[in-house]
Design a protein around this ligand. Structure first.
Ligand code: DHB
Ligand code: FE
Length: 280
């Protein structure tokens, strides 16, 4: 059977993708940030996932403001990097896992989570930057990826609790898939940041630290945190953190922390990164 072995959580800043693509990772501004991912690259080379279920948000690249699914599962064979205004990133295409994606869609929808099934979409920095941070610059990504897009762009996004419960349904679905696959679930976006309005540039280290801590000590209570607390404390784009709760809900109780990293600033964002392993 397929099994979820670990969760990876990370910010997904577009300027980080540009720094990688333009060879700027050793520059003084960026070097301390990329240092926080050195362990992660070695860890994932050993962990060798077969499939990543990658929770991210589309930033009006694949979907326009004409059509905004709350939860969208990518069931295609392959996904191309999106053109976000400067041409598509020159990173490998993303190879999907249509059989597992269709199985998860069926299981989760019959468990009463109404997903949107997507058979064609491009994937933006929300998905490709985390892949670059974890795998560097390979010729091809070393595993399959199921893109799972969550609306956090236009109000109302789903609640943290809904995301956490959905994670549990995704875990059940993956564990019922009849193939021996090592699956990781990733949650991306965050941590505190605000890109617009009078509070642009907001960072809240105390909130971010408590968020990390509660992922381990109080996941259910954390999942109950209302939207207003994210927006007030972590900024308007801090709401991206609800996507981490999908990944957290997909893990078993009491996962083991293997890596935690926090760095301010990366572009306009507090860069946060956490790796949790399921106990065997
Ligand atoms: C930035 C961060 C994001 O999460 C994003 O989607 C776009 C920009 C930033 O820090 O610049
Ligand atoms: Fe974002």
């Amino acid at each position: 059977m397929a099994r979820i072995t670990a969760g990876v959580f990370t910010s997904h800043i577009p300027a980080v993708g540009a720094a990688i693509d333009l060879g700027k990772t050793a520059e003084p501004y960026w070097a301390p940030m990329f240092k926080g991912y050195e362990f992660s690259k070695q860890w994932i080379a050993r962990a060798k996932p077969d499939v990543i279920f990658l929770v991210y948000n589309d930033h009006a690249s694949a979907f326009s403001l004409d059509l905004i699914p709350t939860f969208a599962i990518g069931c295609a064979d392959r996904f191309q990097p999106a053109d976000e205004g400067w041409g598509p990133r020159k990173v490998p295409e993303v190879i999907g896992h249509p059989e597992l994606a269709a199985h998860i869609a069926q299981s989760v929808i019959l468990d009463e989570f109404d997903l949107t099934i997507v058979n064609r979409m491009d994937v933006d920095h929300g998905l490709t930057v985390p892949l670059s941070l974890m795998f560097g610059q390979p010729e091809a990504w070393p595993c399959r990826v199921i893109p799972f897009a969550v609306n956090v762009v236009q109000y109302p996004p789903p609640t943290g609790h809904r995301c956490f419960q959905l994670g549990r349904a995704i875990r059940k679905a993956i564990e019922l898939f009849d193939e021996d696959l090592n699956v990781q679930v990733w949650g991306t976006g965050g941590m505190s940041h605000q890109l617009q309005g009078p509070r642009a540039g907001l960072i809240n280290k105390a909130f971010d630290t408590a968020f990390f801590d509660r992922m381990l000590s109080d996941p259910e209570g954390l999942a109950r945190m209302p939207h207003i607390d994210y927006v007030r404390e972590a900024g308007s784009e801090g709401i991206e953190l609800v996507m981490w709760l999908v990944g957290l809900g997909a893990l078993k109780a009491a996962p083991r922390q293997v890596h935690r990293f926090y760095h301010v600033p990366g572009s306009n964002t507090a860069v946060g990164h956490l790796i949790l392993e399921n106990k065997k």
